[in-house]
Ligand binder design. Structure first.
Ligand code: NAD
Length: 228
């Protein structure tokens, strides 16, 4: 089982939330990534998402994303969960990606609750509206909102039964995604962490690789392929 966070995409040029150059340095999360913030000022929230969509549109998957595609082909049972909303794992070629926090390239009608692909950026109309006239919102999970129940159940189940759990590029501060490493460890899984800094997971990790996922992951895959 692999669980990735914003750190996997920083080498592509997508800023993370926390750490140096993180998105929260200049913005307040409660204004931009909460249902209340959206209700208060949908224009402000959509401007921020449109800005992020323009950044993500211009970048490419990096060596870390590509190494995870190769890793998938090395194991008969391989599960990739991500907190990222940028879609870069899929663009790199990963299959069956479980998105814990939604996807920035989808939107949802606030009235009909229908989810749909929403690729236009920059937007003509901010905030954008559905053909039914209602406001639409990014199809992402905001602070205070529950994660998709079915995906979360699968994540819990896979974590409890995996042989190896890789936590890559996540500050391990956002629950419930952060708890998956503990579930894996308590159930006998080997926990491997890759990050540029120590996190709460480091204490329970069997192996901690300090550094960039775009460098460490390809090296790990090479080692895996050359091992009989
Ligand atoms: P986070 O911003 O809290 O932490 C990022 C972590 O990645 C840090 O611990 C940092 O040390 C590490 N890191 C940075 N560059 C790295 C690299 N090259 N190699 C390895 N590690 C590196 O990110 P998080 O834990 O994913 O936070 C969760 C929230 O952030 C989620 O809600 C997610 O949706 C959101 N988010 C997503 C994106 C994206 O889709 N790319 C970007 C920003 C935030």
């Amino acid at each position: 089982m692999v669980s990735t966070g914003a750190g996997v995409s920083t080498e592509s040029g997508v800023p993370a939330f926390r750490g140096i150059g993180g998105l929260w340095e200049d913005f307040r999360p409660e204004e931009l990534a909460t249902p209340e913030g959206f209700q208060r000022d949908p224009e402000k929230v959509w401007k921020w998402y449109d800005w992020r969509r323009q950044i993500i549109k211009q970048v490419e998957p990096n060596r870390g994303h590509k190494a995870l595609v190769e890793m998938q082909s090395c194991f008969p049972r391989f599960f990739l969960f991500t907190q990222n909303i940028d879609g870069l794992h899929q663009r790199a070629g990963s299959k069956n990606v479980y998105e814990l926090h939604g996807n920035i390239w989808r939107a949802q009608c606030m009235k009909e609750k229908i989810r749909f692909e929403f690729l236009q950026t920059p937007l003509d109309e901010i905030p954008p509206h559905c053909s039914c006239g209602s406001l639409i919102r990014p199809d992402v999970v905001w602070f205070g909102e529950p994660l998709p129940a079915e995906i979360m159940r699968t994540a819990w189940d896979v974590a409890a039964n995996c042989d190896f759990f890789f936590m890559i590029g996540s500050s391990a501060t956002v629950e419930p995604a952060a708890s998956l490493a503990w579930i894996a460890r308590e159930n006998g899984g080997v926990v491997v962490e890759i990050n540029e800094e120590a996190t709460a997971v480091t204490e329970i990790a069997n192996e901690f690789f300090l550094g960039k996922s775009g460098i460490i992951l390809p090296a790990l895959i090479d080692a895996l392929k050359n091992h009989d």
